[in-house]
Design a protein around this ligand. Structure first.
Ligand code: GDP
Ligand code: CA
Length: 327
């Protein structure tokens, strides 16, 4: 039987891992049997923003483009072969953010999205439309239809949008905390709770625990759904050898008082047996000595290679996560 897999994901780590899961499911010969119906990706929308009149959903688009094979693998974000004519024109007008590049093809996505939102479609419906363009082999769901963009509150009390802090300031300003205004009143997007409840396995991608997975878990109802599902919940450490392998997630972890270590992130998510969300946690070979402290949390540690260096490595990692769940 086709296992029903739900992945919780952010952008870069999330999309690499999601490609691996899709490949692992296809390799099981389940492509024809309906892999599309069996893989649901619940995507962080805490990165979203309004800019130059259009709605951006960076993590959704990273996963959409990666699954479509349309992503820029060299740059690591946006569309392959994109150009920046409109961006230059916006800069000449002094519009938008000069440090935040909007590619021409990417802007096509944002215009389509914004037009459909204006027509009254929900973000869930918009993502369904965007997804229909390519055979993705997965269903993408936003974590919520509410706008809960992440804000960073600095030590001095100054507040800015997460994208300004991350992209303009390269996470160099000491954050005091991260907030998603309105998230306490947000609801999971339609289908999210149902997908988790009906899953055979739930995988937490090696994404930023604070600003990618954190907002997903903060949507009221999602954490409860993870705690209630009969499916095993397996997470993959985004920390290898005590370091974030790409990006600046360590600054985010420090701000919330979590060490940049595989066992500390597992403790942050917590064991389902102790009020948390994890049953098992994939730890890098480099961190093998931490597996005892993960086990001590009540989370089964599985030591595996965690580098997603290419498609084969991502697929092997996804296979390892699925076998840790014994599906
Ligand atoms: P973002 O939304 O674009 O920031 O991307 P994510 O939140 O999905 O993923 C960012 C995180 O992915 C980083 O903090 C890294 O710790 C993690 N990551 C990136 N590449 C790898 C990899 O090859 N292996 C593992 N285990 N984690 C990775
Ligand atoms: Ca993100």
């Amino acid at each position: 039987m086709t296992p029903r897999v739900v992945v919780l994901a952010g952008g870069v780590g999330g999309s690499r891992f999601t490609l691996g899961v899709r490949a692992a499911l296809a390799a099981r010969g389940e492509e024809e049997a309906g892999a599309a119906a069996s893989l649901t990706v619940v995507v962080n929308t805490g990165d979203d923003l309004w800019l130059s009149g259009v709605r951006l959903q960076p993590d959704v688009d990273s996963i959409l483009y990666a699954l479509a094979g349309e992503n820029d693998t060299v740059r690591g974000w946006g569309r392959a072969g994109d150009t920046e004519r409109v961006n230059h024109e916006l800069q000449a007008w002094g519009a938008g953010w000069p440090w935040f590049t909007l590619g021409d093809l990417d802007l096509g996505t944002h215009l389509a999205r914004t037009g459909w939102l204006r027509d009254g479609l929900t973000p869930t419906q918009v993502i369904e439309r965007l997804s229909a363009r390519w055979p993705l082999g997965a269903r993408l769901l936003p974590m919520t239809d509410a706008e809960v963009d992440t804000h960073v509150v600095l030590a001095g009390g100054e507040r800015m949008h997460f994208q300004e802090w991350w992209t303009r300031h390269r996470a160099a300003l000491a954050p005091e905390r991260f907030e998603n205004p309105g998230i306490g009143d947000a609801a999971p997007a339609p289908g999210v709770v149902e997908a988790i409840a009906e899953a055979d396995v739930v995988l937490i991608a090696p994404s930023n625990p604070v600003v990618s997975i954190g907002p997903i878990l903060a949507v009221p109802g999602i954490r409860d759904a993870l705690r209630a599902t009969a499916a095993p919940v397996v997470g993959v450490s985004p920390i290898i050898g005590g370091a974030v392998v790409r990006g600046m997630a360590d600054v985010c972890l420090t701000a919330i008082g979590v060490r940049t270590a595989a066992d500390a992130v597992a403790a942050h998510y917590g064991a389902r047996s102790h009020g948390g969300v994890l049953d098992a946690w994939l730890v890098a070979e480099e961190d093998a000595e931490l597996s005892a402290s993960v086990d001590a949390l009540g989370v089964r540690a599985h030591v595996r290679p965690l580098w997603m260096t290419d498609a084969a490595a991502s697929r092997a990692l996804a296979e390892a996560a699925l076998s840790a769940a014994a599906v």
